[in-house]
Design a protein around this ligand. Structure first.
Ligand code: FMN
Length: 194
């Protein structure tokens, strides 16, 4: 079981779609179950439940709504982070970008992160994923090599949020599992590593 200082590894997920019945949300749930299966404590942070602001729209940070600080704190406490986004106009969603822009190195530096993308079209979410990879690197996080894209999202899931394609589901799970396992390895003290 991956642990850090005798606590289970904590993995949170941020979802770049606020849509009811979002397939990104469903995909992140599957990825989190992969982290949970190897013993991580997991939480999907619902961005819609937080009262956020656009970066720069409030001149003094002290005047930010408390939810901004609450979200930052949840991410700061996590050992691993999953970022999920729909492909929107050849990139990742503004909802996720806006949330990320309220955070920085304090939340992401040296964390292990994993990426999950969904797209309406058959070409997948490769652009969203590669741009999120760049953002992860800019935030000095360790982005796991194994990311996953779910094309044709409207047909990919059943009514319970499960993927029809078992191989794809296993791959989504493996992203969550890798984040938990690499975060555990990354957090080991030098003594534990020997
Ligand atoms: C503003 C917008 C832009 C989109 N751009 C693309 C796109 O470039 N490529 C694509 O395959 N699908 C595109 N889609 C479709 C979404 O990727 C698809 O509906 C996805 O399932 C939405 O994620 P969700 O189910 O988590 O809300 C777009 C949808 C919206 C609303």
């Amino acid at each position: 079981m991956p642990q850090t200082q005798n606590k289970p590894i904590a993995v949170v997920a941020l979802c770049g779609s606020l849509r009811e019945g979002s397939s990104t949300h469903a995909a992140l749930r599957i990825a989190l179950s992969g982290a949970e299966e190897v013993g991580a404590a997991v939480e999907l942070l619902e961005l819609g439940a937080y009262q956020l602001v656009f970066q720069g729209s409030v001149s003094n940070e002290a005047d930010y709504p408390p939810d901004v600080f609450a979200l930052r704190e949840k991410v700061k406490r996590a050992d691993g982070i999953l970022l999920g986004s729909p492909e929107y106009h050849g990139s990742f969603s503004g909802v996720l970008k806006s949330a990320l822009d309220l955070m920085g190195f304090a939340e992401f530096e040296d964390k292990v992160i994993g990426l999950v993308g969904v797209s309406g079209g058959r070409m997948g979410a490769a652009n969203a994923l590669s741009m999120l990879r760049i953002v992860g690197t800019a935030l000095r996080a360790w982005v796991v090599p194994n990311d996953v894209s779910i094309p044709r999202s409207s047909e990919a899931f059943d009514a319970h949020g499960n993927l029809h394609d078992a191989e794809l589901a296993a791959r989504v799970k493996s992203v969550g599992r890798d984040v938990a396992l690499f975060a555990a390895m990354h957090n080991q003290t030098p003594e534990q590593k020997t």
